[in-house]
Design a protein around this ligand. Structure first.
Ligand SMILES: Nc1ncnc2c1ncn2[C@@H]1O[C@H](COP(=O)(O)OP(=O)(O)OP(=O)(O)O)[C@@H](O)[C@H]1O
Ligand SMILES: [Mg+2]
Length: 176
């Protein structure tokens, strides 16, 4: 199936979150996953990523940024020190944060993440965001990525059913 809107999507807003686990074999698999994710996201969606150091959180967000229209010559780097990077020209706009070094959730008010979330226009992706789970509105997706080998990664998802289904379908090669 293509990317036509699903007529059952509205009901999906109130549906309980769906969980799924799958493996991604290599970087190309992560890029394909990011592309399909981008197509299933909506403005205002919050994604929380966690998992091993070097699992590919930033790699995934870079691929997501490209899929949302951030040009190849614009660097998409880890926001480890800046905490938050903005890509206002992406469609929808993208906000990429890494809160690994933030000592406690109270410090979030010193970032512009609360404002970005309240505006509800951007996709907001937060690496290590699950540490502050109570500080966020309900995320569209929580993803835990684990190292399985040099290039293999295990993804555990919990989130909006339509999004989790779309991501699982591309990773497992199933039709939606
Ligand atoms: N299947 C894969 N998906 C994503 N990255 C992969 C994959 N296989 C190998 N890699 C490599 O793994 C590394 C992932 O690094 P990345 O900075 O994205 O991790 P991270 O999860 O953001 O780590 P940190 O916790 O330090 O922020 C990159 O060097 C990337 O090239
Ligand atoms: Mg990172």
């Amino acid at each position: 199936m293509g990317d036509r809107p699903d007529p059952t999507e509205e009901a999906d807003l109130d549906a309980p979150p769906l969980e799924a686990t799958f493996d991604v074999a290599d970087e190309a698999g992560t890029i394909a996953l990011a592309r399909r994710t981008a197509a299933a996201l909506r403005p205002g969606d919050l994604l929380l990523l966690e998992g091993d150091l070097g699992a590919g959180k930033t790699f995934f967000v870079r691929a997501l940024a490209r899929a949302l229209g951030v040009p190849e010559d614009e660097p998409v780097q880890s926001p480890t020190f800046a905490l938050v990077h903005h890509y206002p020209d992406a469609t929808p706009p993208l906000v990429h944060a890494d809160v690994y070094r933030l000592p406690d959730p109270g410090e979030l008010v010193y970032t512009d993440l609360p404002e970005a979330l309240q505006e509800g226009e951007a996709i907001v992706v937060v690496e290590w965001g699950t540490a502050f789970e109570d500080a966020w509105p309900t995320p569209a997706l929580v993803a835990r990525i684990a190292l399985e080998g040099d290039t293999a990664r295990r993804w555990e998802l919990r989130g909006r059913p339509s999004l989790v289904r779309a991501m699982t379908a591309v990773a497992t090669g199933e039709a939606l």
